[in-house]
Design a protein around this ligand. Structure first.
Ligand code: GUN
Length: 293
């Protein structure tokens, strides 16, 4: 049976590490401030944004959440982001993705000051990541690395297969696993919707990161016995037996836990890590924007 990689426990360890740093900033009169912007009325995006806002406040980070209607224009949104970029009281800027149809997400991200880009989505930070130079890292893959490190799981010299090539998870995950270090130095394959015979590609992997966004897509017989399996998926499936009428499942079949050596549960695995690393990136930003001395 796989060791359960508990995102709640590791996220709390991350937050614990931030408390002293937030106090040290407070002693200098600085309150880290995260701005979160959401456009339109996608219900799950609103749930995510509300939990980011609450998690920040709970830790003593100021949260400024801006909710714009779906009718917001490109020019209005870019002007809002530019104002945040110029506001010295704001240290972190996050614009919830996806934006409603018709809005150009890349142009909005380009308007974020790179040092405040706590999502690590700006081309400047993407470049720093690719070069393994210091910069903001995307929160979900950064959380995966932190989780591996917490449990002493090394990827050095091992074969990692990342399923999914999104800008938010798959591509930055592959880059992080290529960096030098115990939770890097992997031989990385990035598989995606055009990869032929995905099951045989996954069967080679010592570490599998599933970030496809399809419920229970990765099957038990794809997993090499003893592999470490990281499930980034958060999918709702109908379930009439529950009060809500649905349940949340990952991208990986739950029965994979009988062959893997370690695995993240869904929910309670990668999900809590994403928010914890967002808070961590915000504290990093506040410290870098207010260097001591
Ligand atoms: N949508 C899904 N995940 C994320 C994330 O990490 N950041 C932002 N801005 N939007 C998202």
């Amino acid at each position: 049976m796989a060791t359960r990689l508990d995102g709640k426990v590791v996220a709390e360890a991350v937050r614990e590490g931030l408390r002293g740093r937030i106090q040290a900033l407070a002693a200098r009169g600085i309150v880290p401030c995260l701005s979160v912007t959401i456009v339109g009325d996608d219900p799950s995006s609103h749930i995510y944004v509300n939990s980011k806002d609450k998690a920040a406040r709970d830790l003593g980070i100021e949260a400024r959440t801006f909710r714009f209607p779906a009718t917001t224009t490109q020019a209005e949104l870019e002007a809002h982001v530019r104002a945040l970029s110029a506001d010295p009281a704001v240290h972190g800027i996050l614009v919830q993705s996806p934006l409603p149809k018709g809005l150009d997400e890349s142009a909005v991200v380009d308007a974020i000051a790179p040092e405040k880009d706590v999502d690590g989505f700006h081309p400047h930070n993407v470049g720093l990541l690719a070069l393994d130079r210091p910069g903001h890292r995307p929160c979900t893959p950064w959380g995966v690395i932190r989780m591996l490190s917490h449990y002493g799981l090394e990827t050095r010299g091992r074969k990692a297969v990342v399923i999914g090539r999104s800008d938010i998870v798959g591509r930055p995950m592959a880059n992080l696993l290529l960096h030098k270090g115990l939770q890097g130095d992997a031989t990385v394959t990035v598989a995606h919707s055009r990869t032929p015979d995905l099951p045989s590609v996954v069967r080679e992997a010592d570490i599998v990161v599933a970030a496809i966004g399809r419920a229970e897509f990765v099957k038990r017989d794809w997993i090499k016995p003893g592999a470490v399996v990281i499930d980034v998926g958060i999918n709702r499936v109908e379930d009439a037996s529950t009060v809500k009428g649905y349940r949340v499942v990952g991208d990986v079949e739950a029965s994979v836990e009988t062959v893997a050596s370690a695995m993240t549960p869904v929910p309670g695995g990668v999900g809590p890590m994403t928010i914890a690393l967002l808070l961590s990136n915000t504290v990093d930003a506040a410290e870098r924007l207010h260097p001591v001395g």
